[in-house]
Write a protein that binds this ligand. Structure first.
Ligand SMILES: Cc1ncc(COP(=O)(O)O)c(C=O)c1O
Length: 430
């Protein structure tokens, strides 16, 4: 099993794995050494390394060594981080890391939240809080109108927003985008006016769409949300890390007005899975919406900061600690440098695509996602090319589609991805 350089590896079929790994759970046990050998020789190589510099599909994960090391420390510790009573030291450190993110976004001093497993749970928790708050205000106002049941977002918003609305039995209303493919205040206003602003309990703006890395026009969207008194949730699961990068920080102007905001450190902030930072402008609202009540938990109602009270879920590990440890170790300048490096390689990729007559970018990258076509290729050509690159362990770049067209896509969040990696991959498309 190689660790340096990390192997890309590749998938195996169920039959192949059954043949080499067989039945490992037996009445007598196979012993730790045998299980470890089996894992190292057969199972681990059947798992792609998302931290490989040429893993450019979906959104990769490229944790720092410091963060990975601390993940081991965390896993070996019996720390419970759902309540201050049980995990005050860990919760304190997690909150310091959350504060760094809140400051990057320009959220007020009272802002706070919790690290949850991923953007999906972060978005769901934020929207559940938004609905709870809207319902409480609706009740307090004495209104006889129906309670708000809608959420507005652009159509490029992440699939987890659709899931969250389905779970909550809320209606997701898609808003058309502006000429830059962004949700904008004007388009939002038109939809709110057409459908009745009082029927909406939240607007979701995306700060870095998954397919293209587009940042919505947060400034104008925030103004409209404030005007109508609708909760603004910003999904920065992927792109939120750009807040730490001076060359793209201006794209996020307006985020300081968000009522809730998420960013996944397991994406572009170099933490291991599974880690989403969920922040609220007024955490007391989230606490009211999310706190579980049970007699055996009464002792925790002591006015302290209990992370479990700010999201869906009760038992939790201190998943924010690897990020905290890495930030404390390297300092925030190193984070800015690493994020800027990925932006630099993305700009190189764009220039290389523009230079090659057989390739064409679909749009200029806002952040670090580049989507491009190979002239003359059919969907089967993209698939064959992608499969061959994985089979040869050259790279993991799966095709995506845009408006029915199959295209190629790079998501570059790993600071060890180099210009040479990009060139080598693009050469294979010639
Ligand atoms: C913009 C956006 N939101 C939400 C998510 C969901 O995050 P997770 O996969 O951590 O649940 C993603 C994942 O790629 C994303 O890109």
């Amino acid at each position: 099993m190689r660790l340096h350089p990390v192997p890309l590896d590749g998938p195996r079929t169920l039959q192949e794995l059954q043949a080499v790994a067989g039945g490992t759970i037996t009445a007598e046990g196979i012993g730790g050494l045998a299980a470890l050998k089996l894992f190292g020789d057969e199972l681990a190589p059947a798992c792609l390394s998302s931290d490989h510099p040429r893993f450019l599909s979906f959104i990769p994960c490229a944790p720092t060594e410091a963060a990975v090391m601390f993940e081991l420390v965390l896993g070996a510790s019996g720390i419970y981080a759902g309540s201050w009573l049980e995990g005050s030291g860990a919760v304190y450190a997690e909150n310091v890391a959350l504060r760094w993110i809140a400051d990057l976004a320009g959220l007020p001093a009272e802002a706070g939240g919790v690290f949850v497993p991923g953007g999906t749970i972060g978005n769901l928790s934020a929207l559940a809080t938004a609905r709870w708050t809207a319902r409480a205000r609706h009740t307090a106002s004495g209104s006889t109108a129906p309670r708000p049941t809608r959420v507005a977002a652009q159509r490029g918003a992440h699939s987890s927003i659709t899931s969250a609305c389905e779970v909550m039995d809320a209606e997701l209303v898609g808003v058309g985008v502006d000429e830059h493919q962004r949700l904008s205040g004007d388009n939002l206003r038109a939809v709110l006016e057409a459908q009745g602003p009082q029927t909406f309990f939240a607007v979701v703006a995306t700060a870095g769409t998954t397919n293209f890395g587009i940042v919505d026009d947060l400034d104008s969207v925030a103004r409209v949300c404030r005007e109508y008194g609708i909760w603004l949730h910003v999904d920065g699961a992927y792109g939120g890390a750009g807040l730490a990068a001076p060359t793209v920080r201006h794209l996020f102007s307006g985020i300081e007005a968000a009522d809730s905001f998420i960013v996944d450190p397991h994406k572009w902030l170099f933490a291991p899975y599974d880690c989403c930072a969920l922040l609220y402008r007024e955490p007391s609202l989230a606490r009211k919406a999310n706190t579980q009540r049970a007699s055996y938990l009464d002792v925790l109602d002591d006015g302290q900061w209990n992370p479990s009270e700010y999201a869906i879920g009760l038992t939790r590990r201190a998943r924010g600690l690897p990020l905290w440890f890495s930030l404390a170790t390297h300092g925030t300048d190193a984070y800015t440098g690493a994020i800027e490096r990925t932006l630099e390689v993305t700009r190189f990729a764009q220039a290389e695509i523009a230079r090659r007559p057989y390739l064409e970018a679909l749009r200029a990258a806002d952040l670090t996602v580049v989507v491009f076509r190979r002239h003359g290729w059919e969907p089967a050509d993209y698939r064959a090319w992608s499969n061959e690159m994985l089979r040869e362990e050259i790279a993991f770049v799966v095709p995506t589609s845009h408006e029915g067209e199959t295209v190629a896509r790079f998501a570059i969040i790993n600071p060890t991805t180099s210009e040479d990696d990009i060139t080598a991959i693009l050469d294979t498309m010639a």
